[in-house]
Structure formats: C-alpha cells, structure tokens
Design a protein around this ligand. Sequence first.
Ligand code: 0X9
Ligand code: ZN
Length: 400
Amino acid sequence: MVTYDGYKVFRVPTHQDLEAVKGRISTLNTVSLNLDNKEHLDIAVAPADVTAFEDLGLKTEVLHKDLGADIAVEAAGLGKYPELGQNLIPGLEWFDSYHLYADHAQYFKDLAKAFPKNTEIFSAGTSYHNQDMFGIQLWGKGGKGSKPAVYFHGTVHAREWISTMVVEYITYQLLTNYNEDETVGSILDAYDFYIIPFVNPDGFVYTQTSDRLWRKNRQPRSGSSCIGTDINRNWPYKWSVPGGASTNKCEQTYKGEAEADTPEVKGLLDFTKALTNDKGIKLFIDWHSYGQYILYPWGYDCSLAAPNAKHQDTLAAGLSSKIRESYGTRFRYGGSCEILYATTGDSTDYMTGVAGAELSWTIELTPQSNGGGGFILPASQILPSAKEQWEGMMYLLLAM
Ligand code: 0X9
Ligand code: ZN
C-alpha cells in the first residue's frame, strides 16, 4: 500500500502563474491533487520535505495535517456493513461508511432481488482485469425498456468514492419510494434508469489495496512502466483535438494511444449505442468528485456552446438551487471547458456529439475543496452529500 502517513496537504495560490509555483517545488517530493489549478494547487508534501516546503515561505493554507491518518480512519470503516445477502432490503446504515467492490456488487443484487418487478442487473462489459462493469436497470409501469433512458456512470476516476455512494443512494430512493411517493412514482414511470456504479472497477479496487489516490484504469502500455489511461479522455469524439488531455503515459490525464482503446470505453460504447438505438438518452450524468460543479458540453472547445446550451443552463441553474435548499451547498454550473478546463475524449462530449443525449452532464460532488477532505470525504458526509443530490434529482427528473 502506498503510504501517505505524515504527508501534509497544502493549498498554494497560483494566481495564473502555475509554472512559477511548480518551479519552486520541483525538487521536493509532492503529489498534486487537483487539475483545476488556475487559482491554486493542492499538493501533498512527503514527510521528509515538509520542513523544506515550509521554508520556501509560500503563502499556503493547510488542508490535511496528516493525509495518511485521514485515509486510515476511512479504511477502518470498510467492510463493516452486516446485512448483505440475507434477502433483506439493505438499510440506510449502508451510507454510514464506504465499501468494498464485492460488497457494492452484492448490494445491487440485494436491491434487485427485493424489487424484482422493477429491476434487472446487467453488464456493460468487463475491465482490463476482467471485472464486471455491472449495472442496474430500473423501470416503472410501462414495463422494462419502454421509456427513454436516464443513464448514470459512477467511479470513472478510481479515487472518487463518493460518486458510487451517491448513485447507490439515488437507486435506493427510487426503488423504496416508488409505491409510496407520487413524485417518485411518476419519475420511474417516465424513464428507464441505467445505473453503472463502477466504470473503473480495477482502479477502484486498486485504491483499496494499493494507492488511495489512484485515478486512471489499470491497463499497462508497451514501452512504458507507467500504468493506466484516463477513461474520461478516451471516448471517441474529438479525441485527437490537442490541448484537453495528455499523450504522456505517466500523466494523470493520459488519453490512450488511440480513441476507445481501453476495455472500459469499448464495453460502454456498445452498451451506449444500444440505448441510443432503442428509446434514446434523455439524460446522462457522469458522477465525479470533487469541486461542486454541474457541467455541460462542450469540453473540447471553450468557445463553442452545445446546441441546446440555454436549455441545459436553465435546468442546471434549477438543479443548483434545489441542491442548495438541503444544506446550503453551492454548486457552480456552466459549460465544462468554459468554467473548469478543456478536456478531449470525455464522456459527456461523446454522449452529446455521438449518442444524442439531450442533457449530458458531469456533476462534481462535494466537497468544494481539499480542505473539506477532497477525495477523502469523511464518511459522515456521505449521507448529506447523497441527500442533497437526491432532492436535486427529484426536481430535475420532473422538470426536464
Ligand atoms: O477532468 C475530469 O475528467 C473531470 N474532473 S475530475 O476532477 N473528476 O477529474 C471533469 C470533466 C468535465 N469536463 C471538462 N471540464 N471539460
Ligand atoms: Zn473525476
């Protein structure tokens, strides 16, 4: 296991001059934690270099005193849920901690078993290490497959654990409230949901066995000892446009050698094509963390707006205010390149440009900053984070 014991995490303002800051810390052993570093860089500094870093006298804010200690607290809660595989509807305590990949798979099986008339487990393919990219389909009174698709992807980036917990919570709420709540009833009667909690099962497992901060998949490449491709730079739409991804196999945003040359994207392409050819995709959401954003296309070009950008913006604004009603959490919204940064080969551009999704969003969940835990969002924050999204979804799914 890669240890982050004694790593101290700092936020360093960059004021648009990222290279100058990077130059000053280049000899130190650091791990960079954010990609949106126009304004600041969040970095974990190795224990041996903390003093040298502090001696640089940079203006900083401390985000984690000891990153390893926070990871250890999170790990202590894993695998504790007692009631899986017992013919019961899992309880809400599930959301009090994070879980292992195998337990998540069982969780979905248990839900499907409890609601056999409205659900089916499916597979959207297999990962590089042959793990199942399983999903659950949900439907209402029209019967299986009779309505346009609402399509969710979770844990595309391995370390973004909250994203699976949130799509799980939404699944749980839709099923357990279908017969009890009129709003939920009308939502599930209007759409078929296709929810894939792990687009990147290999990476996720790797975060639990080897490196909590892993992002990419686990596919090796010839000629390099660096592992992994960023699945969210590998989709076959505007993949070759320069500037929104890395061609360096060792970088966090490595795009692959060719478009769709990861097993994960290949599997999802076939699955997605089937949805397009069937009843079409009304809404796609790629769930990520962190930063609190609702982002719509395009990612590949900051000066282009999606054909229905106005409509997407109105709904994103509505979603943002609805989310805020629960706990006051603010989600910024807008075109993904314009308000965050450029990406090529990302899933939301593909869903719009090729798969014909009417709405295609990246939601960057809580927290807003590494100061709130970043990828290591405390387990006590799972439920609040999930609840505010569920309230938001009940608005969006009715309004859209
Ligand atoms: O970089 C990404 O893939 C997403 N952010 S993350 O920190 N979760 O890695 C954002 C993708 C959204 N698209 C654009 N910003 N263009
Ligand atoms: Zn992500």
